[in-house]
Ligand binder design. Sequence first.
Ligand SMILES: Cc1cc2nc3c(=O)[nH]c(=O)nc-3n(C[C@H](O)[C@H](O)[C@H](O)COP(=O)(O)OP(=O)(O)OC[C@H]3O[C@@H](n4cnc5c(N)ncnc54)[C@H](O)[C@@H]3O)c2cc1C
Length: 457
Amino acid sequence: MHTTTTPASPLAAGVRAQGFIGRLVEPGDAGYDEARAGWNGAIDRHPAAVVYANDADDVGAAIRAARSAGLPFTVRGGGHSVSGRSVRDGALCIDLRALNGVEVDPESAVVHVGGGALLSELDAATQRHGLAVPAGQISHTGVGGLTLGGGIGWLMRHHGLTIDSLLAAEVVLADGEIVRASAHEHADLFWALRGGGGEFGVVTRFEFRAQRVGPLVLGGMLVYPWEQARAAFQAARALMADAPDALTAFAVLITAPPQAPFPAEHHGRPVAWSGDLDEGERVLAPLRAGCPPLVDLVAPMPYVALQSMLDETAPHGRRYYDKLHYLPEVGDAFIDTLLDGFADVPTPHSHVMTAWMGGAVDRVGSGGTAFGHRGARAFTWLIGCSADDPVGPAADWVRRVFEATAPFASPGVYVNALDEGRPVHEAYTEEILKRLIAVKRRYDREGVFDAHGIRPS
Ligand SMILES: Cc1cc2nc3c(=O)[nH]c(=O)nc-3n(C[C@H](O)[C@H](O)[C@H](O)COP(=O)(O)OP(=O)(O)OC[C@H]3O[C@@H](n4cnc5c(N)ncnc54)[C@H](O)[C@@H]3O)c2cc1C
């Protein structure tokens, strides 16, 4: 009997010739659409191929193959980039999903994490030992992209950004070489990885120092009706003015879902909520007494539950568009402008998160890592979301509210919220950007990693 095999495409043959052993998916192959899909359903791009790396050697082989074919390539961790930077038309997509192992040494509290792991995988493994690495707030976000940009979340004021817990990284460089970066090895690269994004290499393994956290923390939501949004914002601001570092609060404007525990008369109406953790009822008492919530969902809960509490606000496949401002303060005029802007939110899933920074984020000086704007007091993150329609009206709304609130912003943007068209220099101070460019010249002289637009010249 004769069997016919489809001849490998030149690209596939080139990838294999470099020693790549993982799965390779090209247009027309089963699984291609799944491979190219990211979290944001508004991004519909067609890479030349997606290669699922099994290890750092595979990543090196894929980079060499792309370069010798003259093809650009992208790197995919958790696939959460809102602007879809991990997939590009006609490029080779190096997918790290298979690199999702997490190993925890409970004695030393050192955690090794694969470059393609999700926050849920990191949290589940560390919490088994009562440990946590500070990370983000939606559990299906990738550790890779989040960490390399900085990593903000519930533990940031207590234990710092995710990068502040990073001890070392295994990195595949532009020529396929595999190096270890730490305070003592390739120290310049290690500095740049902590905030500079995926501009310098592919991290196949992160090494973190975890903190003792949980298993129970105090967290949840205080839900207010729209009419109380201003007062709730102000009460949260008063609380955060001299809050202990163990308390982190987000004030979120969102439309209440039509389900319990939200009372029927509030279904579909915007509410504000503040989520907090960790330092006890005493700290929250003034907020509860001064501005009693409509629904009080703050209670001791497992840390992993807190980490996935907001997952439903950001499911895969909807169409998203976002913009972020840093703020020098959360002033009354800002609050009023934001509330005015939210009053005509076009879709029930669009929302705004305003968070207070400070605490441990401030304890690392500016320039201590490549994170751009540690001095910001707060940020507001506008997220436009559409379930079925084109994201257009929601994106227009984001742009409108962004413009209206711009007079209250401080310079800069979080690199992980850098929307298409916003120049990368806004994510950094001049001094940090200069240093990043110097590191880029040393490790990626030809600019083959193009995560955010840091050019070697
Ligand atoms: C719903 C949602 C919630 C979010 N919440 C938070 C939050 O709480 N805190 C926060 O800080 N950020 C948050 N973000 C932003 C998030 O950090 C960025 O979108 C980040 O890029 C996601 O990383 P990823 O690996 O999932 O994304 P991907 O799209 O896979 O990657 C984005 C880019 O990161 C780089 N990259 C990823 N992994 C690697 C790696 N291992 N080595 C080298 N480069 C790599 C690549 O350049 C890639 O193009 C959120 C985003 C979304 C969509």
